[in-house]
Design a protein around this ligand. Structure first.
Ligand SMILES: CC(C)(COP(=O)(O)OP(=O)(O)OC[C@H]1O[C@@H](n2cnc3c(N)ncnc32)[C@H](O)[C@@H]1OP(=O)(O)O)[C@@H](O)C(=O)NCCC(=O)NCCS
Length: 146
């Protein structure tokens, strides 16, 4: 019998587990930063943070938000999606991605965009197998503001 996967909104109580999930994404926010980032979005209707549980254990999360632009219709952007290494390949990521799409669809959004690092070949295959087309290869520019 397969272990049930549950998807639900993230709460403050999940932030410890979210720390480990950020490591899967090669980020290491401090607990204080993570809490502050969470609190800046928790009440926003334009962001959704969702957790996946496998057999009651927090094993994944997705952050999706509505990106508004002057030049184009609003899109949903999956900002982050991650599952713990020891559960990957069991369907958790697929459930989280579908939940993000459902969230966007329910708000009348017509497309979902995901930016993914070049080196994540396996993840590119994951998106392609779930109907995502590679539309643009781009470079990221950033300036630190003092
Ligand atoms: C991408 C990711 C979220 C997928 O989650 P998951 O729980 O493994 O997803 P599922 O079990 O539903 O699907 C597994 C699929 O992803 C592929 N896959 C990608 N990376 C994988 C990995 N590290 N381990 C196992 N399968 C992986 C499998 O080949 C499988 O493909 P298929 O079902 O089309 O044959 C997860 O592997 C992950 O957190 N990766 C590291 C972080 C990352 O790349 N995040 C996205 C940044 S843009």
């Amino acid at each position: 019998m397969s272990v049930p996967i549950t998807v639900r909104p993230m709460t403050k109580a999940d932030l410890g587990a979210a720390e480990a999930l950020c490591e899967t994404l090669d980020y290491a926010p401090s607990p204080d930063d993570l809490r502050s980032h969470y609190e800046s979005m928790a009440d926003s209707s334009e962001h959704s943070l969702m957790i996946a549980e496998l057999g009651g254990r927090v094993v994944g999360f997705v952050h999706v938000f509505i990106k508004r632009m002057l030049e184009d219709a609003p899109q949903a952007q999956v900002q982050a999606i991650a599952t713990l290494p020891d559960v990957q390949g069991q369907g958790v990521g697929s459930r989280l991605l579908a939940a993000a799409e459902d969230w966007a669809r329910a708000r009348g959004i017509g497309a979902v965009t995901i930016y993914c690092a070049e080196y994540r070949d396996d993840t590119h295959d994951f998106y392609a197998a779930r109907g995502y087309d590679l539309t643009v290869r781009s470079s990221r520019f950033q300036k630190r503001l003092d």
